[in-house]
Design a protein around this ligand. Structure first.
Ligand SMILES: Nc1ncnc2c1ncn2[C@@H]1O[C@H](COP(=O)(O)OP(=O)(O)OP(=O)(O)O)[C@@H](O)[C@H]1O
Length: 230
């Protein structure tokens, strides 16, 4: 396999929103390259475009110009159905608000992404149980989201993001609702999993405590990324 199959490459990415006929430039030439096993924290002021960048990398929004190559594929060249399939198979998302389904159990929530394309198999259930064991939730499989703590809910969201074996894991302010102890523990968990599963991990955060755990830390400033030194 050549290197491109193992990389995320972002080249000269720009994003403008248009609002009431006015153009609103947000990203202004973002460049980024990460190999499998790489982990990057992105910080920056409120409104600087961190979530916008993450959503474009996650193929949930379109760039205005520039290029993204993920594992040898430009997902924006795919038709809508293939693009959705590519996203489901390659990208795991973790959001600030866990987005768990309240009526489903912890185990069922982790299995939801497997239902979309392939239908849940016993292998998937085995894997969900294994992931939940990995994050210390073996004894919470049948609880509903309202019956577990905020830190536990975010652990479930991590398992759900991992259930399809994504190569790219994107986290948008994953500890925004958590206290210091849970912030550190979720951060360490994400980085351990990044190494164990050889994913690319990108985490957008306001939390300096979280960002300093990452081997790479960049700041979004004036629409582009600058390296942050400790
Ligand atoms: N669909 C949209 N239409 C117009 N403007 C938008 C749209 N989405 C985002 N914006 C604007 O783009 C800018 C960047 O938003 P974004 O959510 O990416 O910032 P952020 O750095 O993640 O902020 P925060 O740290 O507060 O979450 C903001 O000024 C926002 O108002």
């Amino acid at each position: 396999m050549n290197d491109a199959q193992q990389q995320l490459i972002v080249r000269d990415l720009t994003k403008e929103f248009s609002l009431a006929g006015e153009s609103l430039p947000i990203l202004n030439g973002v460049n980024l390259s990460l190999n499998r096993g790489g982990a990057l924290a992105i910080t920056g002021p409120s409104g600087s475009g961190k979530s916008t960048l993450l959503y474009i990398i996650g193929v949930l929004d379109q760039p205005t110009s520039g290029e993204i190559i993920q594992f040898g594929q430009n997902p924006f060249e795919l038709k809508a159905k293939q693009q959705a399939e590519f996203r489901n198979q390659n990208i795991g998302f973790i959001f600030q608000d866990h987005h768990l389904m309240p009526q489903f159990s912890v185990l069922e929530n982790v299995l939801i992404p497997t239902m979309v394309y392939q239908g849940t198999t016993s292998d998937a259930e085995e894997r969900a149980r294994h992931l939940l064991e990995r994050v210390g939730l073996s004894d919470r499989l049948n609880h509903r989201p309202a019956q577990i703590s905020g830190g536990e809910r975010q652990r479930v969201a991590v398992c759900r993001a991992l259930i399809n074996n994504p190569r790219l894991l994107l986290a948008d302010e994953p500890t925004g609702n958590l206290d210091r102890v849970n912030t550190e523990s979720i951060g360490k968990l994400l980085l351990e999993i990044n190494q164990e599963q050889n994913t690319i991990l990108i985490c957008v955060t306001h939390s300096r405590e979280l960002a300093v755990l990452f081997p790479q830390h960049q700041r979004l400033r004036d629409g582009s990324l600058v390296t942050e030194t400790a």
